[in-house]
Design a protein around this ligand. Structure first.
Ligand SMILES: Nc1ncnc2c1ncn2[C@@H]1O[C@H](COP(=O)(O)OP(=O)(O)OP(=O)(O)O)[C@@H](O)[C@H]1O
Length: 271
């Protein structure tokens, strides 16, 4: 049984604050019909190097939570802290990769997109920014496409640029909002594997949103399942390294457990 408290990380004898902490967070939207509570009383922490997946059916508030961590939305109640400080605005310490393919600047080349982000976000001089950008574009397999414009790329290639840009900025926290949801199944699997490799190599701390159980197990070290309408924490699943290998009995067993405990409701069976 895991008895270690989740509220803090232990480094030797010292206790340090977790990288990210959500403390009784509720988030509401004003609508024509009144106040809609999208997320209710959600608390969790995220330690450096973890890849935490928020999993749940459509509309359960996953993106809402991610936007709040990104600083684009304020919780109605509760608090979100990064490195112990309350988040109240976006910042270069959090980079988001979105699902949409239009997150790149269309008037800049692939290289220009990543270089510009580095010049702005990290104040790097242009030659240095270009060098770092080339390095990351090469790591996502786009070495030969640096001079291409976004509209000439496939959806998968556009997502690779967005991922390269996010990693290049070396944020404290990578935020991924269903980055592969609009891709075909084969490309999606390939990109999941590539992302996993990058995350493992860099030790990046990641908060990943998906409604796919398979994807959650493949990319996450821990999965938080949310209930629908409003989103509340339903269950937590740790994903040991030997469980995230597709086709194994362990993978299938965890998939079955998650399906059973979280998506037993016939209304959400399609997830
Ligand atoms: N700007 C908004 N104004 C009003 N309601 C909103 C707004 N954004 C989201 N909502 C509502 O909040 C709830 C949660 O939405 P959210 O997009 O966070 O869910 P999600 O789990 O990410 O869904 P999906 O998987 O479909 O992207 C939904 O009921 C949605 O209709």
């Amino acid at each position: 049984m895991n008895v270690a408290p989740r509220s803090a990380d232990f480094v030797g004898d010292a206790v340090t604050a977790p990288l990210l902490a959500l403390d009784h967070v509720s988030i509401s939207y004003p609508t024509r019909d009144g106040i809609l509570t999208a997320v209710e009383d959600v608390s969790f922490t995220l330690s450096a190097g973890e890849r935490l997946v928020l999993l749940g059916p459509s509309g359960c508030g996953k993106s809402t939570l991610l936007r709040a961590v990104g600083g684009f939305l304020k919780p109605s109640t509760g608090e979100i802290r990064l490195h112990g400080r309350r988040i109240d605005a976006p910042g270069p310490d959090r980079m988001t990769v979105f699902q949409e393919f239009d997150q790149l600047l269309p008037w800049r080349t692939v290289l220009g997109n990543v270089r510009y982000a580095l010049q702005r976000g990290k104040s790097l001089p242009r030659p240095q920014a270009e060098e770092v950008a080339r390095h990351w574009l090469s790591r996502v397999g786009l070495k030969n496409f640096v001079d291409a414009y976004p509209h000439t790329l496939s959806g998968g290639m556009k997502q690779r640029v967005a991922i390269a840009r996010a990693f290049a900025l070396e944020p404290a926290l990578l935020l991924m909002d269903e980055p592969f949801a609009a891709l075909d199944a084969l490309t999606r699997r390939q990109m999941q594997d590539e992302l996993l490799k990058l995350c493992e190599e860099t030790g990046s701390t990641t908060l990943f949103v998906t409604h796919g159980i398979d994807e959650a197990i493949r990319v996450g070290t821990r999965i938080l399942a949310l209930t629908p309408h409003p989103g509340r924490l339903a269950a937590t699943f740790d994903v040991p390294p030997d469980t995230r290998i597709r086709g194994t009995a362990r993978f299938a067993e965890l998939e079955r457990q998650i399906q059973q405990s979280v998506f037993a409701d016939p209304e959400t069976e399609h997830v």
